[in-house]
Structure formats: C-alpha cells, structure tokens
Design a binder for this molecule. Structure first.
Ligand code: UD1
Length: 417
C-alpha cells in the first residue's frame, strides 16, 4: 500500500496553482446525463473521485474521452439506468445520477452509498424531495428502485435541512420536470452556483429568487456547450493553512478570492498576513498564532471540509481554542492521530477543545478520510523529523498532484510504493 513520507519543519515558499473543483465537477458530470448534445468540460481535476464518476457515467452508456485536457461527453445514445454498488460505494456523490436518470427516463435503479468514516450520511432528504416531484421508490437490497409513472412534475419543495447533495440532485432533476419547481432552504455552496451556471448554459431555465430559494421551469432539450469548472476552494484553503502552519509565504493562484472570504478572514484573525489580488491570495504565516472559536456551517459559514486542517493550525495557537462541528456527527477521526503527534485535543460530542502551544512531533500515522488525511500532512509539515502517512488512497480521491505541488514550494515529501 502506498505511503507518504514527510520531513517537516520547512517553511513553504512560492506559488501554488489551484486545480478545478472536485465538488463542482461531480454534480456537473452527473448533470451531463440530461443532455443528448456534446459537452466539453475544462478544468476538471485529475483525482480518483472524478475517475470514479466518469466510470459510473460510462457504465450508464455515456461516451467519454479526453482530448487535450478537455473532457468530451456524448450522451446521445446513453440508455442505461442502473448504477451499481461497486461504483457508488467509494463515492457518495454517485447518488447524484439518480435525479438526472429519473428526469430523462422516468425510472432508475441506483445503489445507496452507505455510511463512511465521517458519519452515517443518509440520502433521505434526496428521496423525500424527489417523491414530491412524483417519484415513487422502494429500497430493495441496498438499491433505490425509483420510478415516476407520470414523469417528473414540478412542485414546491422545502428541504427540511440544508443539504448540498440533495439540493444538487433536485436542481438537476427539476430541469426536466413538467412546469415550475420552487426549491427552498437550498444549500448555496459555490459549487451549486457553478452547477446552476453550467445548467443555464445548457439551456435550462433556473433563477435564484431568494438567498436560499430557486425557481426552475422544466425544458425538454439542451444545447451543445463548453464549460470550465470553478476552482477548488477547499484545496485553496488547505494550502493557505499549510503556509500558516509552517510560517511560510505562499501565493495561492487561479482562484476567486471573494469565494473564500470566511476562510481568509479567519486566517487574518488567527494572525496570518493576507494580501488579496484579483485571482490570487498571498499568505504570510506568523510565529504568533491566536487561538479562537470556530464552528462549521453551510456556506457562507466555515466549511466542514476545512475543519481538520484549521485544527492543526489552532494546535499551535498561543491560547486554547474550540471547534464545533455542526455538519457531520463523526468528523474528528484525525484527532487521535494529531494527539499522537503531540497535540492535546479532547472531544465532547461535536466539540473539540484544543490546547495551544503544541510543538508537533513526527510519527507514523494512519489516514481515515480525505480531509483528515491532509490534516495529518499539514501537521507532519510542521513537525521536526520524518513522518509516515499510511492509507493515502483517501488523499488521491480529492487532491490533484499534492506531492508535486508541495514539493515545488519547498516541502520534503515523497510517495513510497
Ligand atoms: C457535500 C460535499 C462534502 C461536504 C458536504 C458539506 C460533495 C461531493 N461533497 O457532501 O465534501 O463535506 O457537502 O458541505 O460535494 N443529510 C441527511 N440526509 C440527506 C442528506 C444529508 O441527513 O439526505 C445530512 C448529512 O448526514 C450531513 C448534512 O446533512 O450531516 C449535510 O450533508 P450534505 O450537505 O448533504 O453533504 P454531501 O452532499 O453528502
């Protein structure tokens, strides 16, 4: 099994180009199922989850090829409606094909994604909302068998809880539903805005009518389009924290700084110097780090996907800090490993109390999920000596060229095969 070896305590210095967003690419790829015209997608990140989604689309009959870094999708003869457990089990976003398949064919059989390290992660909100569009479903042996006897019919749906995936599934499905759909209490993550821009370019009629409400008028055909996916804001945030934690000086490029304002404001409060330009953020990490209280929340709140990374930085603060994880019930898997590196973090329910003034010590570590894995790398970058991180396949799901990008800015990191 592949491992990463990190020799820490180097200050990161230089420039990092941020890749396309994994979490925007996944729903956009699923939404491509609606179209029978060619779609040209640019700026997709080369990560495992995208490969899995492409394989899932291929298993559904999509014709897909890469030409000069552009993904060309041809769904004109796509005709299968079965998403197998093998492809959905490793990646929850597989459930996002349910909405478009139902919109296109009126029936589909899609595997339930199952739990994962960060919590139970059910899909009840997706299913309940789809049933309001006229979908009948039953769960048989881990599969959702769904059909809409009269086709999807527009409706008024209020999500009981803000869910990124459910909002995406319903936006995509409603694009082909008869008449008008109003979705409220929607997630408004930038990746959802990107999905909406993609769908609108394809010819779908979508309009934001309030901060968390969206109006969709069903259409029955789409246009051939070319679309460039937005930058990965979590990757950008991860490298900003990497610079802060190593007291480095990094320029994070190819981004839209206004999208990650919450994160940069927090980094400023913690004590980093932040210089914002049109498409880049420069961060200069300081020795003195101020402790604080952070809670994760749906966008525009602080992202749960950066919780593990910011925790590493708070371990080095001059006073104690607190993090409240309000999105996932079990997202502190990194804590035990960070404590093995000298951190003093205690957990009570969904709250982590973090003792400051940690001097990280190198260790052999075990990664548990995507963001937990990267937090261990950040701690290893801050520690003196050699750390080894096992189970790095989690990282490959979501970070493009992580070692290459870190090496370029002075990290001593290598993959062991
Ligand atoms: C997406 C992101 C993930 C991020 C998360 C929260 C992708 C591919 N993944 O995941 O990186 O951490 O948003 O920002 O974009 N829930 C239910 N029932 C449902 C759906 C969700 O109870 O049917 C709960 C979840 O367990 C969780 C909360 O709602 O506690 C938010 O989950 P959701 O926003 O749906 O996350 P994902 O779309 O799975």
């Amino acid at each position: 099994m592949q491992k990463l070896e990190v020799f820490g305590a180097n200050k990161l210095k230089g420039e990092i180009n941020i890749s396309g967003s994994k979490n925007a690419s996944l729903p956009i790829l699923a939404a491509s199922l609606l179209s029978s015209k060619k779609i040209y997608l640019k700026n997709l990140p080369k990560v495992k989850d995208i490969e899995t989604m492409i394989n899932l689309l291929k298993s559904l009959g999509s014709k897909i090829k890469f030409e000069k870094k552009i993904l060309i999708i041809d769904n004109s003869s796509q005709n299968k409606k079965f998403a197998s457990y093998n492809l959905v089990k490793t990646m929850r976003a597989g459930i996002l094909v349910l909405g478009p398949l139902l919109a296109k064919f009126g029936n589909a059989k899609v595997s339930l994604p199952g739990g994962c390290a960060i919590g139970t992660r059910p899909v009840n909100i997706h299913l309940k909302a789809l049933s309001k569009l006229g979908v009948k479903y039953k769960i048989v042996q881990g599969y959702v068998h769904a059909n809409a006897p009269k086709g999807l019919i527009g409706s008024k749906i209020r999500f009981s809880k803000i869910s990124v995936g459910a909002t995406e599934n319903l936006i995509i499905a409603s694009c082909f539903a008869k008449g008008k759909t109003i979705l409220s209490n929607c997630a408004i993550e930038p990746e959802i805005k990107d999905l909406v821009s993609f769908l609108k370019k394809m010819g779908c009629k979508i309009e934001w009518i309030k901060k968390r409400s969206i109006k969709i008028i069903g259409v029955n055909h789409t246009n051939e389009i070319s679309y460039s996916v937005m930058f990965d804001r979590i990757e950008a945030g991860t490298y900003l924290v990497a610079a802060a934690v190593t007291e480095g000086n990094l320029k994070v490029k190819n981004i839209k700084p206004s999208v990650i304002k919450t994160e940069t404001e927090i980094l400023k409060k913690i004590g980093s110097k932040i210089i914002i330009k049109k498409k880049e953020i420069q961060i200069i990490g300081k020795k003195k780090i101020k402790g604080m209280r952070i809670k994760t929340a749906p966008y525009p709140g602080f992202p749960t996907d950066l919780q593990a990374q910011i925790m590493v930085l708070l371990c080095k603060a001059n006073i104690n800090s607190q993090i409240k994880e309000d999105i996932f019930e079990n997202r502190f898997m990194h804590v035990a490993e960070l404590n093995r590196m000298g951190a003093q973090i205690s957990i009570k329910g969904n709250q982590a109390s973090i003792k400051g003034n940690t001097i990280f010590k190198s260790a052999e570590l075990m990664a548990t999920d995507l963001r937990a894995s990267v937090s261990l790398i950040l701690a290893a970058l801050a520690a003196d000596g050699k750390s080894i991180i096992n189970r790095i396949y989690h990282l490959d799901r979501g970070y493009e060229n992580l070692e290459k990008k870190l090496k370029k800015v002075g990290a001593r990191i290598k993959r062991i095969y």
